[in-house]
Design a protein around this ligand. Structure first.
Ligand code: NAD
Ligand code: HSO
Ligand code: ZN
Length: 430
């Protein structure tokens, strides 16, 4: 990991650059594949699954027999752990449902807003390098709490043509049964446009690699809504002298092992930490099965020493990390000043992995600086809001003249008349 001490402000932008994942070229690739899936449906899915996943498949739908078999093959320890996570994620996401509140903006003018579920949603579960069954919980639980009627799940099959049993177990546990063996751009195309076997949906959720992220962005331009661009994982650790170097190294590696295009950044006001963290990284790297992937991600990564906590905050807000760990004495006070981050972990005992799996918060989060403008997935992401209003005779008498004047000023006389005819009727009835 590159070490940088007291960088000049002018160099920050360059320092904080994400690894170039060639997204521009990817958009062209994605467009081509998506067009083909739209036109040739299942035939295109067969072709691209062979081409990109190296799997020969005729039927993408996972059968109930496959789900049942997967459930038998999960150890009781893993089942128990998944249940703990499920409970916490349910508790946190259930609490996000809001009550409908009727607001009287003026006498006789009542307005309210009701959230209703998006009826058909598609969940993408990454499976290229690691089968992220935890993502099933993160997406399907809020979808069910929101009340979505149709939940479609796509995830790539392994070379044996099978889906990892833990993904099927988690899906079955939360009541998702429309599961398809599809990954990458073709999975996004199938859910966006529908094919002979895969139903189309109104909104697509889920993280994924750069191909998946590019495809989601392309289909979102006109065909279907998406949650957000949730690409290669990243973490920023803000640390002072109270931080534990071994914990920092572990947290950096936890996101580095996701992929070679992940990025991890340490920002500190304590220069002495750098060597200690570097040593801990070397020790811990050797114990990882995904050492090579993590090493590549560390090449994209930096340790930066800044002069003050204010500068550290400024850098964090400029970078807008997907995950932010604050291992500092005043963690809560500093955390309250953060404007741009997907999810924040406070103190020495809140590892980022807790949010990835089981504390209850959602791990589907905006990456690549999108935390400046997007939130992570929540129950609300699976809902849309409808506003209602009910205006009484008294209400339209009070509000009507303002509407008439504004409509006339915009020269929209039919708008004005919709009020005028009502006011006249009230006058005549008196
Ligand atoms: N931001 C978040 O919330 C979040 C959460 C979890 C995971 N992630 C990220 O998700 C990603 C998961 O990536 P993954 O690769 O393991 O799984 P994936 O399922 O996202 O991608 C695998 C698919 O990519 C397609 N693909 C591979 N090479 C291709 C090529 N050359 N051309 C076209 N398509 C190709 C294949 O069809 C394959 O099925 C990681 O980058 C991880 O960091 C992000
Ligand atoms: N850290 C990932 C989000 O960037 C989520 C995840 C799933 N499993 C492990 N981690
Ligand atoms: Zn993770």
């Amino acid at each position: 990991m590159q070490k940088i001490v007291y960088p000049a402000k002018e160099s920050w932008e360059e320092l904080l650059e994400r690894p170039d994942n060639g997204l521009e070229d990817l958009f062209d690739t994605a467009r081509g594949v998506l067009e083909d899936v739209k036109r040739n449906k299942d035939a295109a899915l067969i072709k691209y699954t062979r081409m990109f996943d190296g799997v020969e498949l005729e039927d993408f739908k996972v059968s109930q027999a496959e789900i049942n078999e997967a459930c038998i093959n999960i150890s009781s320890d893993l089942k128990e752990a998944i249940l703990t996570a499920k409970q916490n994620i349910e508790t946190f996401h259930q609490a996000q449902l809001r009550e409908v509140k009727v607001i009287e903006t003026m006498p006789g003018v009542q307005c309210w807003q009701k959230a209703v579920p998006i009826e058909k949603v598609g969940l993408y579960i990454p499976g290229g390098t690691a089968p992220l069954f935890s993502t099933v919980l993160m997406l399907a639980i809020p979808a069910k709490i929101a009340g979505c009627k149709e939940v479609v799940l796509c995830t790539p099959a392994g070379k044996d043509g099978k889906i990892n049993p833990a993904i099927l177990y988690a899906a079955n546990l939360v009541g998702v049964t429309k599961i398809f063996k599809l990954g990458g751009i073709q999975a996004i195309g199938a859910m966006a446009y529908g094919t002979e076997t895969v139903p189309s949906v109104s909104k697509i959720f889920g993280p994924g690699n750069r191909f998946v992220t590019a495809a989601k962005q392309v289909v979102s331009l006109k065909d279907v809504a998406i949650d957000m661009p949730a690409g290669p994982s990243e973490v920023m650790v803000m640390a002072d002298e109270s931080a534990e170097p071994a914990f920092i190294a572990a947290d950096l590696l936890s996101q580095a092992e996701h992929g070679a295009d992940s990025q991890v950044i340490l920002v500190t006001n304590n220069e002495a930490l750098l060597d200690k963290v570097e040593k801990a990284l070397d020790e811990q790297l050797n114990q990882l099965s995904r050492k090579e992937v993590a090493e590549k991600a560390l090449d994209n990564s930096r340790m930066i020493v800044l002069k003050s906590v204010d500068e550290m905050l400024e850098m964090c807000n400029e970078y807008a990390p997907e995950h932010l760990i604050i291992s500092m004495r005043d963690d809560e006070e500093i955390g309250a000043k953060v404007m741009n981050a997907g999810s924040i972990f406070l103190g020495n005992y809140s590892p980022e992995s807790a949010g990835d799996y089981a504390s209850g918060t959602n791990h589907t989060l905006p990456t690549h600086g999108y935390a400046k403008s997007y939130s992570g997935v929540s129950t609300e992401s699976f809902m849309k809001k409808i506003t209602y209003q009910k205006i009484s005779e008294k209400g339209i008498q009070k509000l009507g003249p303002a509407i008439e004047i504004m409509a006339a000023a915009e020269q929209l006389y039919a708008h004005k008349n919709a009020v005028t005819v009502r006011l006249q009727k009230i006058k005549e009835s008196k």
